[in-house]
Design a protein around this ligand. Structure first.
Ligand code: SRM
Ligand code: SF4
Length: 570
């Protein structure tokens, strides 16, 4: 048997030779071309930007003998989805001036601009930093945006979670000065135009960073709105007498799968150990170091930490973490996920102020003749000037609303023809879709552009079945990578082939169970019928108080197929 170490993936070499993510981005940026070369595309991800092309235009451009309509996606890092009104206004200006005039609230509580031309990239990232936001580590083989329950509450529990979020962001951020050199320095004079940047060392990551992307989330047992079981590293708050005494640490969640490769699969995180609030940052560093040193750097398809956790088993993984941490950790407390609050509608903050969660369909902010979401957002920001918080379901919470101003907020929303949360059907409110076409280079099918009409087709039949108030998640993605976390939803559609989807059932809104493959290659125009049949079977056969996902999980794929075929059409 050969003892030779497996050949490293090409991305490892790019990282190693990049001088801490500098590469030749600067030279390429100065070049005339409308797009970046292969190596720099990989490095740019760490700086929060992806090179894409408008896929709606591919055919037309090909026929005309031209290239591609290249543009950059620029993603911010917005810990816990917290953003000021000024920052939101500036982002909206950016999307109009340098982007494609729309903005996307992502499934990890942050914002994405699309359609930024290469020539405008430096100005875009520079302006984002001017408003005290960053794009560093929004993508790439590092820790990404830290998710945290976005509810604004006057209690110590939520404040402690926010504090941990910020501590993690600082502790796990890359230190490379390349970011500041590239985006925050005047290209002509070399003068620093914004402060920042450390020495050329990465004490946590080292020169080749992590084998793959890494994601952290913080949740409460009764409120798993950030989907803790899908994170590489999750901190589940353990609350006693109204205070967080520590966290159950979960490791090795992840959604991505390549169906043709049996070695890939979605996985729920495993409960590993308990840590105190004071230990949490060092524990997260220890977990990252274990993945840094032992994660797979040869095959990016199995490089996420979930594969290491599974290969070793959680006990061996825990021992390695404890070794890095320098002392043993306590066992998990019994606390586990029991609820999920999407924070939509009015919620009392407990300090005399109110928060209003507004459902933003698939997180897309745009203006057209029918709806003016951007204009609405601008007026809300200018009128209230308060902090906004983005949710893990691609929606937004306006915080700190005075009770006397509640009607004013609703009036602004309605005047821009945006449905209030109360006017939004339950099925629409609990659905979400990833970006997919036309910008995502990996999309196989439509997702964000398909879901609204699918929901239109479901609303009436669900009402006829008396299920219009029933809460269940429908999540759609344009490929199996799972950006809208489909594999733990009640129902999910995953793009598999042109206009065909795999239908999954049996996850649940709690997020702690994987769904099973119900039907493969369902044509787009048959999806609504399939879902209505499942809903009808659920109506006829459910147990008292049973949710849709629980029902599907209980009966299983075969029986569900039979029941759905026999269920009356509403
Ligand atoms: Fe994602 C890749 C969009 C959350 C799993 N994701 C991509 C790329 C960058 C496509 C690419 O690599 O070329 C997509 C850009 C599309 C576009 O046009 O903007 C993309 N992912 C998104 C967003 C914007 C979806 C959305 O509509 O909100 C989300 C941005 C989150 C953020 O702000 O950071 C987004 N992606 C997720 C999530 C959900 C989560 O993190 O909670 C997942 C599943 C969890 C996980 O990571 O396992 C996810 N994205 C992936 C994967 C599969 C990773 C894997 O382990 O196999 C890829 C492909 C890859 O990395 O190779 C991917
Ligand atoms: Fe693109 Fe696939 Fe992610 Fe959707 S799930 S954004 S299609 S990579």
């Amino acid at each position: 048997m050969s003892t030779e170490a497996p050949k490293l993936s090409p991305v490892e070499k790019i990282k190693e030779e990049s001088q801490f993510l500098k590469g030749t981005i600067d030279t390429e940026m100065a070049a005339d071309s409308d797009h970046f070369g292969k190596s720099d595309i990989q490095l740019l991800k760490f700086h929060g930007t992806y090179q894409q092309d408008d896929r709606d235009k591919r055919l037309e451009l090909k026929k005309a003998g031209g290239g591609k309509a290249y543009a950059m996606m620029v993603r911010c890092r917005i810990p816990g989805g917290r953003i000021t009104s000024e920052q939101m206004l500036a982002q909206l200006d950016l999307c109009d001036e340098l982007g494609d005039s729309t903005m996307k609230i992502t499934t990890r509580q942050t914002l994405q601009l699309h359609g930024v031309l290469k020539k405008d990239l430096r100005a875009t990232i520079h302006r984002i930093n001017e408003i005290q936001l960053s794009t560093l580590a929004a993508c790439g083989d590092v820790n990404r945006n830290v998710m945290c329950c976005p509810a604004k509450r006057a209690d110590g529990v939520h404040q402690a979670m926010v504090q941990l979020t910020d501590e993690l962001v600082t502790a796990l951020a890359p230190q490379t000065p390349a970011y500041h050199e590239l985006w925050l320095t005047d290209p002509e004079t070399g003068e620093k135009t914004l402060e920042g940047g450390g020495p050329i060392v990465e004490p946590l990551y080292g020169p080749t960073y992590l084998p793959r992307k890494f994601k952290v989330g913080i949740a409460l047992p009764e409120d798993n709105c950030i989907d803790i079981y899908t994170q590489d590293l999750g901190f589940l708050a353990v609350v006693r007498d109204g205070a967080i005494i520590g966290y159950n640490v979960l490791v090795g969640g992840g959604m991505g799968v390549t169906p043709a490769l049996k070695r890939t699969y979605p996985a729920l995180a495993k409960r590993m150990a308990f840590c105190t609030p004071e230990q949490a940052v060092e524990v997260s560093k220890a977990v990252i170091k274990v993945q840094r040193d032992h994660g797979n750097r040869a095959d990016r398809k199995v490089a996420r930490m979930k594969y290491l956790v599974d290969e070793w088993g959680v006990e061996k993984f825990r021992r390695a973490v404890e070794e890095q941490f320098g002392q043993p950790l306590a066992d998990c407390e019994p606390d586990d996920v029991t609820g999920f609050d999407d924070h939509m509608g009015w919620q009392d903050q407990g300090d005399g102020k109110w928060s209003y969660g507004l459902n933003i369909e698939n997180g897309r902010l745009y203006d057209n003749d029918k709806r003016q979401l951007k204009a609405m957002m601008r007026e809300v920001c200018r009128t209230f000037g308060t902090e906004l918080r983005m949710t893990g379901h691609q929606s937004i919470i306006v915080t700190d609303v005075d009770p006397a101003d509640k009607d004013k907020l609703i009036e602004i929303i309605k005047r821009h023809n945006v449905p209030t949360t109360e006017e939004t059907s339950t099925v629409r409110r609990w659905s979400m879709a990833c970006v997919a076409l036309p910008t995502c280079g990996l999309a196989i099918t439509e997702s964000e552009r398909r879901l609204p009409s699918l929901i239109d087709d479901l609303e009436q039949p669900l009402a006829k079945l008396g299920l219009d108030k029933e809460r269940f998640t429908i999540r759609v993605t344009g490929c199996p990578n799972g950006c809208a976390r489909p594999y733990n939803a009640d129902l999910a559609l995953v793009g598999k082939a042109k206009d065909k989807y795999t239908l999954f059932a049996g996850g649940g809104w709690l997020g702690n169970r994987l769904a099973y493959l119900y039907k493969d290659l369902v044509p787009s125009d048959q999806i609504a019928g399939e879902i209505v049949a499942i809903a009808s079977a659920y109506k006829a056969n459910r147990n008292d108080g049973e949710s849709l996902g629980d029902f599907c999980a209980r009966v299983g794929q075969e029986d569900l197929t039979v029941m759905a075929a026999a269920a009356p059409t509403p």
